[in-house]
Ligand binder design. Structure first.
Ligand SMILES: CC(C)=CCC/C(C)=C/CC/C(C)=C/CC/C(C)=C/CC/C(C)=C/CC/C(C)=C/CC/C(C)=C/CC/C(C)=C/COP(=O)(O)OP(=O)(O)O
Ligand SMILES: O=C(O)c1ccc(O)cc1
Length: 296
């Protein structure tokens, strides 16, 4: 809908809208859920309108920035892969300079948001922006770009604790670890879709590294993520709603393993997308706990 309005009123902006992948919200959702988990855990419930708005907008801006720099880094290879051949930088509808300006502009806006919080949160935004910048280049040098993505996608967690409480407790790093493990699992599903193309063009990923151990490895990562989330719940003294949320997440993980059983492209992509519900289930568990259980 917004794409159509842009196409009519401001056609020159449309390639940049697509470059920021604002038409595909899945990445924003996958970044949003753990950031909200952390905001609620740090605040013991609703974190207040100011921090809620800063972190929600920050997620949208930073995911868009991450997409712009990702496509900038891949501008000479996206054209060789069917799935990405129509991307605005691969077709020439957007320029490399435009992509860099978009990345810089979005980061600047995100930085203005973070300036309304406190010193520690502002300091943590530095490694966050560095990770967002490095991630797309990592796939040239290491088979573990998914770990870099996991580290970037988990930065909302220490930042949320810092913004709410002024410090980052050890438990925030436990949640960070849980989220990193989960991210590596679902981004491996995402990379399994492209594995054959990536092998041809020399792009590295955990899907390539794990090879036919992919199902065992993603399954183990999911079990470890669940275990870290269990520990987190225990340490935060969360109640039945939270553990019910984790049970739903475990069921969804089992369903994802079933989906990828034949390593079929579409099914791997569906398994990746299904993780939105994992994030939502854990968030529902946390939010319901503070709404009902903790109030008792
Ligand atoms: C001009 C300039 C740069 C100045 C700014 C300097 C500066 C310090 C800026 C700080 C900006 C920041 C981080 C502000 C924080 C704002 C707030 C409050 C944010 C909320 C907290 C939060 C969620 C923080 C984390 C932000 C981060 C690090 C997000 C990561 C984004 C990211 C890496 C996205 C990548 C997504 C993509 C494209 C994945 C797909 O990749 P790939 O598998 O290769 O895909 P494909 O094959 O499809 O190409
Ligand atoms: O932002 C995205 O589109 C995205 C995020 C995480 C992934 O694992 C893959 C893609």
């Amino acid at each position: 809908m917004i794409s159509q309005a842009l196409a009519r009123r401001w056609p020159a902006a449309l390639p940049y809208w697509h470059l920021a992948r604002l038409d595909r919200p899945i990445g924003s959702l996958l970044l949003l859920w753990p950031t909200w988990w952390a905001l609620w855990l740090a605040a013991g419930g609703w974190p207040g309108l100011h921090l809620f708005a800063v972190f929600t907008l920050g997620v949208l801006l930073m995911r868009a920035a991450g997409c712009a720099i990702n496509d900038f880094a891949d501008r000479n290879i996206d054209g060789q892969v069917k799935r990405t051949a129509a991307r605005p930088l691969a077709t020439g509808q957007a320029t490399a300079k435009g992509a860099l300006l978009l990345f810089g502009g979005l980061c600047l806006l995100a930085f203005l948001l973070v300036l309304t919080t406190n010193r520690l949160t502002i300091l943590l935004s530095l490694p966050a922006v560095a990770l967002a910048f490095c991630y797309p280049f990592a796939k040239r040098y290491t088979h573990l770009p998914q770990v870099v993505l996991g580290a970037a996608f988990s930065m909302g967690i220490p930042m949320a604790f810092a913004a709410v409480t002024g410090e980052v407790p050890a438990l925030a790093w436990l949640l960070y670890t849980a989220n990193l493990l989960w991210t590596v699992a679902y981004d491996t599903f995402y990379a399994m879709v492209d594995r054959d193309d990536d092998l041809k063009i020399g792009v590295k990923s955990t899907a390539v590294l794990f090879g036919d151990m992919d199902r065992a490895m993603t399954g183990s990562l999911q079990v470890m993520a669940l275990f870290a989330l269990l520990l987190t719940g225990q340490r935060f003294e969360l109640g039945a709603f939270y553990f019910l949320g984790l049970a739903v997440a475990a069921g969804l993980f089992a369903y994802q393993q079933w989906l990828i059983r034949d390593r079929e492209r579409d099914a791997c992509f569906r398994a990746f997308l299904n993780n939105n519900w994992v994030g939502a289930a854990v968030f529902a568990g946390i939010a319901l706990h503070y709404l009902f259980d903790a109030a008792k």
